[in-house]
Ligand binder design. Structure first.
Ligand SMILES: [Zn+2]
Length: 232
């Protein structure tokens, strides 16, 4: 557990996918108050920690070894490793059919941790490039449906948010979306496109979204439940 004290007025507890239990507390709050708060929320904390652990198991380990699979818009891509002769330090990743081929270029000895970090970076770079090709046409499709002009689309690698929308800078979409199946991707893209017209989550927003994605509410719940699965 990690306690982060700051100039805030109330306590908040958060279960962070990588950092575990995070408690945000006011600067001078006594430890006893924090303990009481955690005690009162024990059930909630246990439930959410169990769910994160379950999703991790569903996803499987991520060691970037041959045979591991990564989702790609509902397909499964299986990692193959090959050694390449390039002098570049970094491994490179490309896709051939249902294989994700990682070429390892660096011959010198690496710790397991360095190797994993390099492989992960290379796979994320592949997904970033793929997202730049795959996501904007989906944005265009839903904008067309609503008669809206195509906004700018930025691809980002965010920990928590799947997408966001601003009238000034357009849509920002998480490249992790590509790990999900197409229903979830379309739900997120349509959701953000609807914000170009309705900048809130009021009844008109939901009505508009349901004209594009009738199952929006169910998909929104599913994404929240499964989100731990879709990580690198
Ligand atoms: Zn929204």
């Amino acid at each position: 557990m990690q306690i982060i004290r700051s100039k805030r007025r109330s306590l908040a507890v958060e279960i962070h996918p990588e950092r575990g239990l995070l408690v945000r507390a006011p600067l001078r709050m006594p430890q006893k108050d924090i303990d009481d708060f955690l005690h009162a929320r024990r059930d909630w904390i246990d439930k959410h920690q169990a769910r994160i652990a379950q999703e991790r198991v569903a996803r499987g380990p991520r060691n970037y070894e041959a045979g591991e699979t990564f989702g790609y818009l509902g397909q499964q891509l299986t990692i193959s490793l090959e050694s390449g002769g390039a002098r570049s330090r970094r491994p490179t990743t490309r896709r051939e059919g249902d294989r994700l081929i990682i070429t390892l270029n660096r011959a010198q000895a690496l710790s397991a941790q360095e190797r994993r970090a390099d492989l992960q970076q290379s796979v994320v770079a592949f997904y970033r490039r793929a997202a730049q090709g795959d996501l904007p046409p989906r944005v265009a499709y839903f904008c067309d449906q609503l008669g809206l002009p195509m906004p700018a689309v930025t691809i980002a690698h965010q920990r928590r948010r799947w997408g966001s929308c601003s009238t000034r800078s357009g849509l920002r979409l998480n490249l992790r979306l590509l790990l999900c199946d197409e229903d979830l991707v379309d739900y997120v893209v349509a959701h953000e496109v609807c914000h170009l017209r309705e900048m809130n989550h009021g009844p008109r927003f939901h009505h508009l979204l349901e004209t594009l994605i009738p199952e929006a509410r169910r998909l929104s719940r599913r994404l929240a439940q499964e989100s731990e699965r879709y990580r690198f």
